[in-house]
Design a protein around this ligand. Structure first.
Ligand code: 6GU
Length: 225
């Protein structure tokens, strides 16, 4: 998979060079390319924002730098993602869907957002998704894009190296993950649940399922079947 991200703060994406994604890139399963939106301006001040028609607080991102960036990066096989609190919710199912794409472009807005015609134009040359990380407001799309890229990239076949850890994690069966323990079996007076020390795999699986259901019911009851 190829991922491009466009932003006025390319440094936000440096964290992607750490660990998992570093491995994915080393295995050549993924290439990530970060672009500075200001490189797509032609004026001396490298202007990317302007005041909104109709008035209102704050600045909007102007269309043409985005137009130039999209023209360079997008083809008909691209999925263009606009991180936005006004978008559909990003879920594990969204990550799975996007993990099979050939090419993703993340268009990261700042300020009060991007001129709507950029989204409409992107939709005329490629598939477009407006995607939100959750019901709260971030200062820009970069942190959301980094989170989405990590969630997507670890699902690319071959990246994680242990497909069982994918099938047993939270959301893989629509439930939150059961609690886990490692050595020592007694830590500061707290014991590991005895069934986990029993070696009885059927009983352990039963216990884990019950704990996953219990935890999901307590904190995310809307996820229960
Ligand atoms: Cl994707 N962008 C911004 N700016 N804020 C958000 C978000 C995205 N998701 C939740 N809040």
């Amino acid at each position: 998979m190829r991922i491009d991200a466009v932003s006025i703060f390319p440094d936000f994406f440096q964290v992607l060079d750490i660990s998992l994604l570093g491995k994915a890139k080393a295995q050549e399963l993924l290439s990530v390319n970060i672009h500075d939106l200001r490189d797509f301006t032609d004026d001396k001040h490298r202007t990317v924002d302007d005041t909104p028609f109709g008035g209102g607080a704050g600045m909007l991102m102007k269309a043409e730098p985005w137009g130039q960036a999209l023209d360079k990066l997008v083809d008909s096989e691209t999925v263009v993602i606009f991180p936005s609190p006004a978008g559909e919710l990003f879920k594990q199912a969204t990550a799975k869907e996007l993990a099979s794409a050939k090419h993703l472009v993340f268009a990261c807005g700042r300020y009060e957002g991007i001129d709507q015609r950029v989204v409409d134009y992107a939709g005329s040359i490629a598939k477009v998704r407006l995607i939100s990380l959750g019901d709260y407001v971030l200062n820009g799309g970069e942190v959301a894009a980094v989170a989405m890229i990590e969630a997507i990239a670890r699902l690319i076949p071959g990246v994680i190296g242990n497909s069982e850890s994918l099938s047993e994690e939270s959301f893989s069966e629509g439930l939150l993950e059961y609690p886990s323990y490692t050595k020592p079996s007694n830590w500061r007076g707290m014991e590991v649940p005895e069934v986990l020390l029993s070696g009885n795999h059927a009983e352990i699986a039963k216990w884990r399922k019950a704990k996953a259901l219990e935890r999901t019911g307590q904190v995310r009851p809307e996820l229960l079947p």
